[in-house]
Design a protein around this ligand. Structure first.
Ligand code: CDP
Length: 221
């Protein structure tokens, strides 16, 4: 079974997908982590930003980006380096949506995601999973929350638990800018699949949102 969880930046897709996968004994695939790993590799390698647009799928193979299954999780590697925190820096945050809109990048990742999900049950989160990557997924969730709540959660993740108004507004601005790029791009834009179930987590606790999705998964299974 494939459970697809899509939604805007900071809606909690990855943490939700990880916990739903853990509870069901499925593999969790965070598709955004691959776009982040590629962005990190391009930056580390010093590839000039004005050359990114012209990259071809075969150019991307040389970064040797791979997801290695470790129980129910994937370790993302760039060459021999396992990357995690490196993927969530402000530099990567600011550029990842520019990388993700390049058609060659999306083609390159599509095959990898299909391979990873070919032999196992998965919960996979992203922007286009229910619309483009796995349009036949058994359950599709579109996770949403108010921008201010998303900004608070994102800041809390970075250790800022009581942000002032200015910090909050800045974070809302960053999330909105990324959502705009993701929604307006030509290839596989962020949008709710017609048959996805909308789950608004603005007023839900983490446990409540996990339960809501597990219930939908049980009903489908
Ligand atoms: O965790 P957060 O919502 O901040 O983002 P993410 O899921 O790590 O994804 C980072 C970026 O990768 C997004 O803003 C998109 O530009 C891109 N992405 C995408 O285009 N398609 C996906 N399936 C997943 C991510």
């Amino acid at each position: 079974m494939i459970i697809a969880i899509d939604g805007p930046a900071g809606s909690g897709k990855s943490s939700t997908a990880r916990e739903v996968a853990r509870r069901l004994g499925f593999l969790h695939i965070d598709s955004g982590a691959f776009y982040r790993a590629l962005t990190y590799a391009l930056l580390s390698d010093g590839v000039p930003e004005d050359a990114w647009e012209g990259l071809r799928p075969e150019d991307l193979d040389r970064f040797r980006i791979a997801g290695e299954r470790d129980g129910g999780r994937l370790t993302i590697r760039v060459g021999s380096e396992a990357v995690a925190d490196e993927l969530r820096t402000p530099d990567v945050n600011a550029r990842v949506s520019h990388v993700a809109r390049i058609p060659a990048v999306r083609t390159w990742l599509l095959g990898r995601l299909h391979d990873l999900a070919s032999a196992t049950d998965v919960v996979i989160d992203g922007r286009d999973i229910g619309t483009a990557v796995f349009p036949d997924a058994g359950l599709k969730i579109f996770l949403e929350a108010d921008p201010e709540v998303r900004a608070r959660r994102r800041l809390a993740e970075q250790g800022v638990s009581d942000p002032d108004d200015e910090a909050l507004l800045e974070e809302v601005g960053r999330l909105r800018a990324r959502d705009r790029l993701d929604s307006e791009r030509e290839v596989a834009p962020l949008r709710k699949a017609g048959d996805a179930v909308r789950v608004d987590t603005t007023a839900l606790t983490f446990d409540e949102q996990i339960e809501a999705i597990l219930e939908l998964a049980r009903a489908r299974a």
